[in-house]
Ligand binder design. Structure first.
Ligand SMILES: [Mg+2]
Length: 273
């Protein structure tokens, strides 16, 4: 766990480097979701770079596709592509664009048009059952994304088909591009909403690897319904002046901010949190 703590801040540094170099990206959501991705890729998902077409691999969909820099950093660290590829992020003709696309090794679905990931994941989970495969399907959504009506069509179908091979995660950082989620479109009462669509509901501390892992372990034991994990996160987690600021949804750091963030991430990685 100590190594994973170091890693989760090193991967945030990779994200910071990508965004600072390209002068574009979504750093707040990247830092919010990073620990969910690290837990999935390092402790849960049955995936590997040499088995990207294995019919039994687990499926992962980043529905909040604007956080793709975090996914690139994690996939790269797992060997899906070389680190030199990250240098091309958001450059002309690079396939490493600002949202996930399935031309990239390890990425299952083009996403970022919010509200689509859950419905496609429902299809993947249903196909797995029909094909009698044992793989599981994981999808991560933003909390702002929950205002998309299509999310609830997917939730309804998953409940109807009792897809217990499907696990959704809500990155509940309480912020979205335009401000506090509770001001834009209230999302408290998530438990009742998901439960009413036929889902198990779990909670996790979304920037705590053990808490997240425990929730994923529990989800695997719950049968007869899909599971949603409401992961309470901090947007911008890891850098003091980026945390909990809606303005950092897609702001690019200045040189001074870049240096300060780099120092903070190094310290956080060295601390045995
Ligand atoms: Mg959010």
């Amino acid at each position: 766990m100590e190594n994973l703590n170091k890693l989760r801040f090193e991967l945030r540094q990779d994200v910071l480097d990508m965004i600072y170099r390209a002068k574009t990206g979504h750093i707040g959501g990247d830092f919010s979701v990073m620990d969910i991705l690290v837990t999935l890729y390092y402790r849960q998902l049955n995936v590997a770079p040499d088995r990207t077409q294995d019919p039994d691999r687990d499926r992962f969909v980043l529905s909040k596709g604007h956080s793709v820099e975090a996914l690139y950093a994690v996939l790269c660290s797992k060997g899906f592509f070389p680190k030199s590829d990250l240098l091309t992020y958001s450059q002309y003709m690079s396939k490493y664009i600002g949202h996930p696309n399935n031309k990239i090794s390890g990425i299952e679905m083009n996403s970022g048009s919010l509200g689509h990931g859950l419905s496609v994941s429902v299809g993947m989970a249903l196909a797995g059952r029909m094909d009698q495969r044992s793989y599981r399907v994981y999808v991560v959504m933003g909390d702002g994304e929950l205002a998309e009506g299509s999310v609830w069509e997917g939730a309804m179908a998953a409940g109807h088909y009792k897809l217990d091979n499907l696990c959704a995660v809500v990155d509940r950082n309480r912020l979205q591009i335009s401000g506090c989620t509770e001001d834009v479109m209230a999302h408290d009462s998530q438990d009742e909403r998901w439960a009413s669509f036929g889902w198990h509901v779990l909670h996790a501390e979304g920037n705590n690897l053990d808490s997240l892992n425990n929730a994923f372990e529990t989800a695997k034991t719950l049968k007869g319904k899909p599971t949603v994990i409401i992961a309470d996160t901090t947007k911008g987690y890891g850098v003091s002046f980026i945390e909990n600021q809606a303005g950092w949804h897609h702001r690019v750091p200045t040189e001074e901010e870049y240096q300060k963030a780099t120092e903070e991430l190094k310290k956080r990685g060295e601390a045995n949190e």
